[in-house]
Design a protein around this ligand. Sequence first.
Ligand SMILES: [Zn+2]
Length: 287
Amino acid sequence: MFNPIALLTAHGIEFHTEGKNVQEGWISIQCPLCGDGSDHGGFNLAGGYYNCWRCGGSSTAWVIRHLLNIGYTEAVRTIVEFEGQAVVTRRTREYASRVELPGKAMEPRHRRYLAELNYPRSVIEKYGLLGTGRMGRLAHRIVIPVYFDGTLVAWQCRTIVNGSPKYITSSPEESVLSVKDVLYNVDNCQQRRVIVVEGVTDVWRIGNNCVATFGIGWTTQQALLLAESFDEVHILFDSGENEQVRAKKLETRLTEYGCYAQVGHLESGDPGSMTDVQVATLQRELR
Ligand SMILES: [Zn+2]
């Protein structure tokens, strides 16, 4: 869990643990978002989230960005740095300043694989997919670039030969940001309503206004980003029991952040197996 006291102390930002405007379990600061002259802003210590008596709730990353006068990406990274025990024990891993994508233009076998799974040919161009060769750590894979705010920040590779592991994700040294700090396809979401799915291929199926958390183990950063970017979030994880528990927890967290969130249920079970008609219906409902 994000530790606001450690971050504020490290950056020399004044905060109060008691007194006027300070509730039990909170610390107060001068809100950087609304021209606050007193200490109306505050972080909830148990949840790491932010609220201001004057201007309401905002995502932690947004507040940190304004407090420290840094970019959004850097703010997310700073929050990760100050996650609980990590402050003391975890050595900050070195992230790259730019990402080099593996692979090159797809070969026919990569395209055939996508066609066999019924993905439209258009996904290749739309998501900038590439393919890898037959040798090395990343052999026989589709390369999936991960963009955030128009910047290439990471990649995933998915096997086309049922190899293990199914996905390989760029290491910190190969990434600008961890995929768990961002949402796949968020740059293609222009509305305030969004569908959240588990994986990149679910996004290929559903299309615009759909993001993926790269697995059901969603992070605080991803929840904050969802709450900041969208007013209404529909969570469509796969139908397994574990998936549904994680989905429900995300719903609860987003609700705490002041966002309307709801776990959706699909007749077909999993987003990846939706038909074109079902996808079209879903997209229509979101408008
Ligand atoms: Zn405020």
